[in-house]
Ligand binder design. Structure first.
Ligand code: BTN
Length: 267
């Protein structure tokens, strides 16, 4: 797998210059965190064929069937103030869309904040975490990306199968995993360059185009409370601007709320 990816991967600035491919791991995010503590290089990529304890956002598990998906974590040491790091997950969402479009010919949408969706189903997810380098005390970003490539319905538990699918299942085209991994590494390298320069305008424009929730009714879930709202816009910090049924407008950020379409995963 390593050689196949490297053959397809062009020159990158930092992402993927150190590329580690594992057969099996608990979670590539956890593995990358350990590497970060040991001083691994900026841009190190950890890939696994199978995760026995893949993790998703909000404490959920991420079902990671053997060999059927892409389970990847990028370790980034951007040396930027925290507020400049905030958009990284949204930027990575756009990078996933860029890579899938390049290899599969179809651009996924993004269910806010950053779930790639194809034909209304979740085709992957992104989990960004932070850790601190034990030696330098500098923050490191642990950017974990999962893409469902060739799972069938039976590879997911029944509840997950209702809302998730794989690229091959949904698009009905064969997908070469090494080509998609190489495209993803290339797209993440470009996005890292943008994050570092601070000019993320092209990503914001793409994110607004890709966001499937805009103009739709969503449920804003804050703790135990659910409220119906209209998704109006994405502001320049990638937050969702919504109008509640009482006419009140609010801006919500991803750590604060969860968003659902009213009828199933995406309306
Ligand atoms: C989500 O949809 O809730 C986020 C899923 C993120 C899954 C990826 S797979 C690679 C990396 N390792 C993990 O344990 N999680 C992320």
């Amino acid at each position: 797998m390593l050689e196949q990816i490297q053959q397809k991967l062009g020159e990158t600035m930092s992402v993927g210059r150190n590329l580690i491919v594992l057969e099996e791991v608990g979670s590539t995010n956890d593995y990358a965190k350990e590497l970060a503590c040991q001083g691994a290089a900026d841009g190190t990529v950890v890939l696994a064929e199978y995760q026995s304890a893949g993790r998703g956002r909000r404490g959920r598990t991420f079902q990671s069937s053997g060999g059927k998906g892409i389970y990847m974590t990028v370790l980034l040491r951007p040396d930027l103030p925290a507020e400049r790091l905030m958009p990284v997950t949204a930027l990575a969402g756009v990078a996933v869309c860029d890579a899938v479009e390049r290899v599969c010919g179809v651009r996924p949408g993004l269910k806010w904040p950053n779930d790639p969706v194809v034909c209304g189903k979740k085709a992957g997810g992104i989990l960004t975490e932070m850790t601190v380098d034990g030696e330098t005390g500098m923050p490191c970003l642990i950017l974990g990306i999962g893409i469902n490539v060739r799972q069938e319905e039976s590879d997911f538990s029944p509840d997950v199968a209702q809302m998730a699918g794989s690229l091959e299942q949904l698009l009905r085209v064969p997908v070469q995993k090494p080509a998609l991994i190489a495209a993803l590494i290339g797209a993440l390298d470009e996005m890292y360059r943008a994050l570092k320069t601070g000019d993320v305008s092209a990503y914001l424009a793409a994110y607004r185009r890709d966001c499937v929730n805009l103009g739709k009714t969503v449920q804003i879930i804050r703790g135990q409370k659910r409220e119906t709202a209209q998704a109006l816009a994405v502001d320049d910090r990638f937050r969702l601007v919504v109008r509640y049924e009482n006419g009140e407008e609010a801006t919500v950020s991803s750590g604060e709320v969860s968003v659902r379409g009213l009828y199933g995963y995406v309306e």
